[in-house]
Design a protein around this ligand. Structure first.
Ligand code: GDP
Length: 456
């Protein structure tokens, strides 16, 4: 456990293992990404930019029982059947950590290839919610700091009024009672959920949004309290639960899952954030900087201790669902994500792994089209809506210069993607696949080449 892929090979532990972490906030596209990546590594007809697929050195790929007995297996077969069956639909999303092992048979290339014989590389894909990664920022805070920070920015956010109402009337000398604790935690969780749906990314504690088997446990039954309640029983108990959340929920996640990752892809619904407006874009770039902090070599003491000399070697930030745009706008999407990444690197003072930004669609649900409107020709995409109708849409425009979006104060806030974007609920398209082809995608092969190409 915890030994890097190259090291494993160096020490003669047998076949090399690459642990690929896949994360992103809820609905960013993790489940679709993993399902399509695995299907396209098994059937490589659409993976030309993955060098090992194009030159034929990747001979076969097959699923194996995954080696971690207590981690749920990623339900690949069910998700693939949903996406590619006779009535294609989107699979159920990520709700917890899960894992899958894909083994790849490689025929060595080059001068001495005949001497070395084929090799097997295991790709362990670990799927985990980005909300849990963002909990990292809680680790340096105590309950008082966290409460003050949350309550100072809560005004104006969805569900804030209800939570503040729930707080009013509490008295510091009150005794602790569980129904009050539950009422507060429920109101705070409802606020977090509404905030997340409105496009904010900084929603801690992340496990409140995706509780898994911890739902209803004391470690998830607390909420931020104003300073005025300090000294009371409720405050004391919530402070204790906050500490338990850090030591019993956040830390084990980093130890058991995060600490063992070699390569990471962070999926970001950039289009969704842009469509939501400047606040969501600002929040997205703060979240990206926070995520990079987790991967920074000079990170917080306890994490450095946990990771030892281990290091994530490559991190890909991928803007998902690029099939909502005509390809003529893809460069703009990539430029926006690259500019955000550059900024996030500066903010997080990041000088660790190789990073890259890319616009992808793990499952392409559209074809391109032109809409003629009042003498204009709009570059559109056509697809099947979730209600079965076929329709072509123009999502609206992305700015040619990312700074128009990232510095709205300087360049004047403007609405982007204000065309049909809101109604573009495409379902996966029914597929007629040639034998040997995986599901259709956009640049999934480039993403794979960046993430694992050097190991194949
Ligand atoms: P998760 O919560 O991160 O696991 O997200 P999912 O993988 O379940 O994706 C959430 C939703 O985003 C899906 O139900 C689809 O509606 C949409 N989606 C994800 N990937 C794509 C894609 O490549 N193309 C399109 N058009 N939609 C996608």
């Amino acid at each position: 456990m915890g030994i890097g892929s190259d090291l494993m090979r160096g020490l003669g532990f047998g076949d090399p293992v690459i642990r690929l972490g896949v994360t992103g906030l809820s609905r960013a596209g993790k489940t679709v990404f993993i399902t399509s990546l695995v299907a396209n590594l098994m059937d490589r007809g659409r993976m030309h930019a993955l060098r090992a697929a194009a030159d034929g050195s990747l001979k076969t790929a097959w699923l194996q029982p995954q080696p971690d007995d207590t981690v749920p297996r990623f339900d690949f077969e069910r998700h693939l059947a949903a996406m590619t069956g006779t009535e294609p639909h989107w699979p159920d999303s990520t709700r917890h950590v899960s894992q899958l092992r894909l083994s790849l048979r490689i025929e060595p290339r080059g001068l001495f290839s005949g001497l070395r014989g084929p090799q097997t590389v295991h790709l362990d894909i670990v799927d985990y919610p980005g909300e849990w990664l963002l909990d990292l920022r809680l680790m340096e805070k105590d309950f008082g700091d966290w409460s003050t920070e949350v309550l100072s920015r809560i005004d104006g956010r969805p569900g804030a009024g209800e939570y503040l109402d729930a707080l009013s009337g509490l008295d510091p000398v009150d005794r602790f009672d569980e129904p009050t604790a539950q009422r507060l935690a429920e109101a705070y969780t409802a606020h977090l959920q509404a905030t997340r749906e409105a496009g904010w990314s900084d929603c801690t504690p992340g496990r409140f949004l995706i509780p898994g088997e911890l739902a209803g446990s004391p470690a998830l039954t607390f909420a931020p309290l104003p300073e005025g309640l300090q000294g009371g029983k409720l405050y004391k108990e919530f402070r204790r639960r906050f500490d338990a959340y850090k030591s019993r929920v956040v830390k084990p996640f980093f130890r058991d899952h995060f600490a063992r990752i070699d390569r990471q892809v962070v999926l970001v619904d950039v289009l969704g954030a842009i469509h939501q407006g400047p606040q969501a874009v600002e929040d997205m770039r703060r979240a990206m900087a926070d995520i990079l902090t987790a991967f920074r070599p000079g990170r917080a003491g306890w994490l450095a201790q946990l990771l030892g000399t281990r290091r994530v070697e490559r991190i890909l930030f991928a803007a998902t669902k690029a099939d909502h745009l005509h390809h003529t706008q893809h460069n703009r999407l990539t430029a926006i994500l690259s500019a955000t990444l550059r900024e996030a690197r500066d903010r997080a003072d990041f000088s660790g792994a190789r990073t890259e930004a890319m616009a992808i669609a793990a499952l392409r649900a559209t074809t391109e089209d032109i809409i003629r409107k009042e003498g204009d020709e709009l570059p559109a995409v056509r697809g099947r809506l979730t209600d079965g109708r076929q329709a072509a849409f123009y999502p609206g425009e992305l700015p040619a210069d990312p700074s128009q979006l990232l510095n709205p104060a300087r360049d004047g806030a403007q609405d982007w993607l204000d065309g049909d974007y809101a109604v573009m609920n495409f379902a996966p398209a029914p597929m007629t696949r040639r034998p040997g082809d995986g599901p259709p995608h956009i640049r999934l092969d480039r993403a794979a080449e960046f993430l694992i190409g050097d190991m194949l």
